[in-house]
Design a protein around this ligand. Structure first.
Ligand code: SF4
Length: 407
C-alpha cells in the first residue's frame, strides 16, 4: 500500500482482545472499560489481524475502510476508551514498535515454597444425622463431611508429618475440616502442630458442633468457619448467637449458609439480620435438582462478567492457571492427596512426599492449570479471559458454562 493510502492501527499493550465469529471484545485493564463489537465481520477480521503474533498488535487499515461507518464508530470508541489509535505511516519509515500483553510463565524453581499456598485436611469423615443429604458438599466447598468411609480419621502424626514438609513455606493457609475438631483434646493437638508457624489455620465445622463449648483460647492465627444447613432449630440459633458473641476476634467467625433454594436464602437473611452476623457467606449447594436456583442465583450474566473488572495480572493468571485451585492440596482421612477433590487423587502420603505429590500435579496440569481457554464452550467465547476461574460446581457437573451467555 502506498504510504498515503493507509494508517497503522495500534493497540495499547494493556488491552486484551478476543474474537469469536463476527464478534470481538477488547478490554482495557487500566481503566477497566470494555468495547464489544457484535456482528461486524470487518471489525472481527481487523482484531484477528492484530492478534497474529508477527503483527504484534499493529496492523494496516486502509483509508476507504476508515471511511466506513462501522470503522468510524469503532475508532471513536477505541480512542474514547484509551485502547488504541491510528498512526500515520509518514511519522516513521517502519512499522510502529509495540508490546503485546502475554504472560511469561517462569518455571525456574520447583521448590514447594514457590507455589504451595494452602493445604486442607479433611480430619475425619463422621456422618452426622441430617447431613447425609449434603453428601456431595465436600466436592463444592470445604464442607465438614468427607466421602471416605465413616469413622476414618487423619492421625495427628500424619498431619505433623505434612506440617514438617510445609515448614520452609513463608506463608500458607491450613484448613481443618471435620466434626468435633474444635473439642478437646483434638483442638489442642491440631493447633499445637502449627503453633510456631506463620500459617493461618481455619477450622471448618458444622453448626451442630456448637452444642459443645468452643475452645476457650485460640491462637492469634486461628479462625473458625461454621457451616449452617437448613432447617435451623431455635436451639441451634441460640448456639450460633452465643458462639458469635463469645468469639474472641473482631468481626466474629465466618458463618457459611448452605442454601439450596430461594426460601433458604430468605431464612439465612433473616438469621443474619436477627443475630447481627458480620462475616457471613452464602454457599449454594448443588443437589442435582436445583439447577433453576443456580441459573437464577449463580449463573453469570454479561453485566456480572463485565462488572468483575479484572486487573492485568488477573487476566494473565486466568489465561495460564486456575486461581481457585493453584497451589492448593487437600488431604483426605485415608492419606489420599488431591489438587482438586473432583479430580483423580495425586497419590497417598504413605508412598509420596508432599513435594512429590505437588510435582505430579505440576506435570499432569489437570487441576491447577484448568482454564477456560481450553474448555468447551468457553474456549470460543468472547468472555473467556474476563470470566472468573472454573468453579468446583462446573467441574462437578462437567459443564463449563455457569453463565447466561452460552447456557
Ligand atoms: S461460556 Fe464460559 S467464558 Fe463464556 S461467559 Fe460462559 S462461563 Fe464465561
Amino acid at each position: 500500500m502506498p504510504n498515503n493510502d493507509f494508517m497503522w492501527l495500534v493497540l495499547e499493550p494493556f488491552v486484551h482482545c478476543a474474537v469469536s465469529g463476527s464478534n470481538a471484545l477488547l478490554y482495557n485493564t487500566v481503566n477497566k472499560t470494555c468495547l464489544v463489537s457484535k456482528g461486524s465481520e470487518e471489525i472481527a477480521d481487523k482484531i484477528r489481524q492484530l492478534l497474529v503474533p508477527q503483527n504484534g498488535y499493529v496492523t494496516g487499515i486502509r483509508k476507504e475502510e476508515l471511511a466506513l461507518p462501522v470503522f468510524r464508530k469503532f475508532m471513536a470508541e477505541l480512542r474514547k476508551k484509551f485502547m488504541g489509535d491510528l498512526h500515520d505511516p509518514a511519522w516513521s519509515s517502519s512499522k510502529p514498535f509495540n508490546v503485546v500483553p502475554e504472560p511469561v510463565v517462569k518455571s525456574k524453581s520447583e521448590a514447594l515454597s514457590n507455589y504451595l499456598g494452602e493445604v486442607t485436611f479433611h480430619v475425619n469423615s463422621s456422618a452426622l444425622p441430617g447431613l447425609e443429604k449434603f453428601r456431595a458438599g465436600y466436592l463444592q466447598f470445604p464442607f465438614p463431611l468427607s466421602a471416605t468411609a465413616p469413622g476414618e480419621a487423619l492421625s495427628t502424626d500424619r498431619i505433623r508429618a505434612v506440617a514438617s514438609m510445609m515448614n520452609p513455606l513463608p506463608f500458607a493457609t491450613v484448613n481443618f475440616v471435620g466434626t468435633g475438631i474444635c473439642r478437646e483434646p483434638i483442638h489442642s493437638q491440631l493447633t499445637e502442630i502449627f503453633r510456631d508457624t506463620p500459617f493461618r489455620t481455619i477450622f471448618h465445622i458444622p453448626l451442630w458442633d456448637l452444642s459443645m463449648p468452643l475452645p476457650a483460647r485460640m491462637n492469634k492465627n486461628e479462625q473458625l468457619a461454621i457451616y449452617v444447613t437448613f432447617p435451623v432449630s431455635p436451639r441451634q440459633l441460640e448456639l450460633l448467637a452465643a458462639a458469635t458473641g463469645q468469639y474472641p476476634r473482631k468481626g466474629g467467625p465466618d458463618v457459611n449458609f448452605i442454601v439450596q433454594n430461594n426460601d433458604e436464602v430468605d431464612q439465612a437473611s433473616e438469621i443474619i439480620s436477627g443475630t447481627g452476623l458480620r462475616r457471613f457467606f452464602f454457599k449454594p449447594y448443588l443437589n442435582g435438582e436445583n439447577m433453576d436456583f443456580f441459573r437464577e442465583q449463580v449463573f453469570m450474566s454479561e453485566d456480572d462478567i463485565l462488572a468483575s473488572k479484572p486487573t492485568q495480572n488477573q487476566v494473565f493468571s486466568r489465561l495460564t492457571m486456575n486461581e481457585h485451585d493453584f497451589g492448593k492440596l487437600t488431604v483426605f482421612p485415608n492419606g489420599e492427596v488431591y489438587a482438586n477433590v473432583n479430580d483423580e487423587p495425586l497419590g497417598n502420603l504413605d508412598e509420596f512426599s508432599l513435594e512429590e505429590l505437588a510435582g505430579k500435579e505440576r506435570d499432569r496440569k489437570t487441576s491447577w492449570m484448568r482454564r477456560r481457554t481450553e474448555l468447551d464452550p468457553c474456549r470460543d467465547c468472547l468472555y473467556r479471559f474476563l470470566c472468573p476461574p472454573v468453579s468446583n460446581y462446573e467441574i462437578l457437573m462437567k459443564k463449563f458454562n455457569f453463565c447466561h451467555i452460552h447456557s
